[in-house]
Design a protein around this ligand. Structure first.
Ligand SMILES: *Cc1c(COP(=O)(O)O)cnc(C)c1O
Length: 809
């Protein structure tokens, strides 16, 4: 089946009228944009429900092998436009809304984002669900129904301020509460042993209640399910409160249970709330495992063939405790012998690693795990003992090898290494780009690769073209439909046909006119949010992603300041007008990242208000980055900044979304940038800076950032401007720590080592932008060669090579 843009469907006016009355409860003539959004959502909801029932029935009848994607985060954003597209209702809904004198885009804008994730990892999970549904994979995502998702970011006098994001406050039309599906989840207590048998005498219990979101496939009636768990206090607590009349105390006790599903902790946050985070991880894993086993037993009557029918995937280590939980359930609850249970467990799990940075690998103090999950700790110890016994046969007497492999880090306070548990408990482990997967087996997991070379593999990330092209960029989608047909939505490699059109001047003109319109749309967003007026004929240079030192937003700021100084020194030169745009959240406890946000604002204040600069340079920060903001930014970008220190970004997916929308990349030889370069060709991307082996060699050889500063006058002048207080006259020392970390603190991410290469490359970007036809050719070439970055390709690969589920495509 192929997809078209349905603009000529019959209007849904009558159905909207009906839903306004039935579900929203307002008379049609009083309907606000929000009311219309809800009414249209109800129409979609009904059809999603129908498809969900059909899909479950078919999979049950087939006794299908299913994949269960366990993830702490699903950054799904808005649902309405995507659902309408999948249901082939886009045109009808827009026409219906028009009959109320409203624009569909404005109506859709009233839906809050479901921001149940931090960044790339959570957005990847959302793209994957879209592809699983589209490929018809029997599949569930499992996670937490956070009452408050990722915090909302506001900027007050240049600084990030965090607000709770009560996305469920007004209810959501998209969830299906499953009143009949709940699972008890236990914590704490102690363990009693009777010979081989262990009994966990838990101290507390909460109930996990299931809420489903239906994820529609495109070009198919099949759907996937996102099942999210909410924590609820056991019913007897309510009764107690009722009987004693001490409602204050009762509410407090209830909250101690229910706070498990309140907030998403930014993954690089403080020790505060760490115990709660561990409880969250176990909470959703335990509920999911129960749900999965129950479904399996209902269909098959035995757990002996669990691994033949069930694939459970760990999206990073946050759900890694599932390995111990499945062992516990099989052995303790179902009396399965340990050896057999272990074989089944290992065949059932697979694990994706998302970071090479050792400090970002998750570990839990043994003491905390003893307190919260005493039985699981015992199981982990036994897994470890048997594992180390096996490892010792490979390298007898090599204690360093064994202590590096151990599931327990014995240096200092003993800690459980969740990545090690995940590797040992899985049959496949993958990285998320070719470079990252190679580095995994050469660096942090090298010892495991000695034991099990075949366990490690690569699955390069991808993004869904339905959201990130069809929905986010209707202008370009329309041009593609007219010129190469609509098959690209389901077969992204169809974009290759654009190469033939690249030499057609009329096509190029149309392509660039669409870019211009998308830039105007983005400029309107920027003006609304920041008050800064942008000239859409400027080069739009964007860096949008979480604010983190390794992603090097600070390097980008250094370039902006250098350019500012150069403009002041030679205002009459032939400057290419440029807008540098940032967006992204900093973890609330991450001081350096928050300081970078403030620096961007302080520098922007000076540059944007300097009359000598005018349109030659603008610096803006779009607040509250999230999926919906990204959907406006990606299509409006000319230049995509992917400038992490080589060897630090596992893959990146923002790089893919931007290139897919016709931005050229300026980037380091890192993550999936490398594969983007291989696909689009060296001449169509700007790669600069040290490569991974050069970064490593420079680190070993004694990196001296101060030397670089002393020998580069322009760089010195940039850093002096910051530390001299040019951008913070009210507090000249404000950015001393940021600059000191570069000059005196070792410049951990080697900004200064890449500085000159970056600046030189930015001037090559300017030169190309001055040749609009050449730029257009390269932009089109980028779009044409993004076929392999569809999440459909990624998921088909996972399905075939890791999950053992046959798929088309
Ligand atoms: C794609 C995406 C990300 C990931 O961006 P990277 O540049 O790969 O870090 C983060 N947040 C949102 C909202 C996204 O859409």
């Amino acid at each position: 089946m192929s997809l078209t843009t349905p603009t000529d469907r019959p209007s849904l006016r009558a159905a909207i009228d009906e839903q306004l009355l039935k579900s929203v409860g307002v008379p049609a003539r009083d309907a606000t944009q929000t009311d219309l959004m809800k009414a249209v959502a109800e129409i979609a909801r009904e059809q999603l429900s129908q498809r969900w029932v059909e899909t479950q029935q078919a999979d049950t009848d087939d006794k299908a092998r299913r994949v269960y994607y366990l993830s702490m985060e699903f950054l799904i954003g808005r649902t309405l436009s995507n659902a309408l597209a999948a249901l082939d209702l886009t045109g009808g809904a827009a026409a219906g809304v028009n009959e109320y004198g409203q624009k569909f885009e404005e109506v859709a804008d009233h839906e809050p984002d479901a921001a149940l994730g931090n960044g790339g990892l959570g957005r990847l999970a959302a793209c994957f669900l879209d592809s699983m549904a589209t490929l018809g994979l029997p599949s569930f995502g499992y996670g937490i129904r956070y009452e408050y998702g990722m915090f909302a970011q506001d900027i007050i006098r240049g600084s990030q301020v965090e607000y709770p994001d009560p996305w469920l406050a007004d209810g959501t039309p998209w969830e299906f509460p499953r009143a009949d599906i709940s699972a008890p989840v236990r914590f704490g207590g102690w363990v009693e042993h009777f010979g081989e048998r262990a009994i966990w005498r838990h101290a507390g219990e909460v109930v996990a209640k299931a809420y489903d979101m239906v994820i529609p496939g495109h070009g198919t009636r099949r759907v996937s399910t996102l099942r999210l768990w909410k924590a609820v206090a056991p019913a007897h607590l309510d009764l107690q409160a009722f009987n004693t009349g001490d409602y204050g105390r009762a509410a407090q006790v209830k909250n101690e249970y229910e706070n498990i599903s309140w907030v998403l902790y930014p993954n690089d946050s403080t020790p505060a709330g760490r115990e709660l985070r561990l409880r969250q991880e176990y909470f959703f894993v335990a509920a999911s495992v129960q749900d999965i086993l129950q479904r399996h037993l209902a269909e098959h009557g035995s757990l002996d063939n669990l691994h033949e029918k069930v694939a459970m995937h760990l999206n990073d280590t946050h759900p890694a405790i599932a390995v111990a939980e499945l062992m516990r359930v099989l052995c303790d609850d179902h009396g399965m012998p340990w050896v057999k249970a272990w074989e089944i467990t290992r065949q059932t799990f697979s694990y994706t690693n998302h970071t090479l940075m050792p400090e970002a690998l998750e570990t839990w103090p043994v003491s905390l795990m003893q307190h919260v999950l005493p039985r699981h700790l015992e199981i982990i110890f036994r897994i470890n003992a048997e594992f180390l016994e096996l490892a010792a046969t490979v390298r007898p007497g090599d204690n360093g090898f064994l202590s590096r492999l151990s599931l327990i880090d014995e240096a200092g306070e003993r800690r459980v290494r969740m990545a090690h548990l995940s590797i040992v408990g899985s049959h496949k482990v993958n990285g998320v780009s070719a470079l990252h997967s190679n580095l995994l087996v050469q660096t942090i997991f090298a010892d495991f690769a000695v034991l099990w070379p075949d366990r490690f593999t690569n699955m390069t990330n991808g993004v869904t073209p339905r959201r990130w092209l069809a929905q986010a960029n209707p202008g370009l989608a329309g041009l593609l439909d007219r010129s190469i047909g609509s098959g690209w939505r389901l077969q992204l490699s169809e974009l290759k046909k654009l190469e033939a059109l690249r030499e057609d001047a009329a096509f190029r003109a149309e392509f660039m006119a669409i870019k211009r319109a998308n830039k105007a749309r983005l400029a309107a967003l920027v003006e609304r949010e920041t008050g800064v007026k942008l000239n859409p004929d400027s080069l739009f240079d964007v860096q949008v992603k979480r604010i983190h030192e390794y992603k090097r937003q600070l390097l980008n700021v250094l370039h902006v300041i250098a350019r500012y100084q150069a403009i002041i020194a030679a205002p009459e030169a032939d400057w290419v007008p440029r807008v540098t745009l940032f967006a992204g959240k900093a973890a609330s406890s991450y001081v350096a990242a928050k300081s970078i946000i403030r620096l961007i604002h302080d520098v922007g204040q000076v540059i944007n208000n300097d009359p000598r600069v005018g349109d030659r340079l603008k610096l803006v920060f779009v607040p509250n980055y999230g999926v919906s903001v990204a959907e406006v930014i990606m299509p409006g970008a000319d230049l995509s900044e992917q400038i992490s220190t080589a060897g630090t970004e596992a893959s990146g997916t923002g790089n893919m979304k931007l290139a897919l929308n016709g931005a050229l990349t300026i980037g380091t030889d890192d993550g999936a940038n490398i594969e983007i370069r291989e696909n689009v060709g060296d001449d169509n991307i700007f790669i600069f800076g040290l490569r991974t082996p050069e970064v490593a060699a420079l680190k070993r050889g004694g990196y001296q950032p101060m030397r670089l500063c002393e020998s580069n006058l322009a760089l010195k002048s940039v850093l002096d401007a910051i530390t001299g207080g040019q951008f913070s006259p009210d507090d000249p020392g404000r950015y001393r720590p940021l600059v000191d970390a570069l000059l005196w603190g070792g410049d951990h991410y080697m900004l200064l080592a890449d500085y000159q290469s970056y600046i030189d490359t930015q001037y090559r970007v300017d030169a190309l932008y001055q040749q609009p036809e050449a730029w257009a050719r390269k932009a089109i070439t980028n779009v044409a060669n993004m076929g392999s970055f569809s999440a459909d390709r990624t998921i088909a690969q996972y399905a075939r090579e890791i999950w053992g589920i046959p798929v088309r495509a």
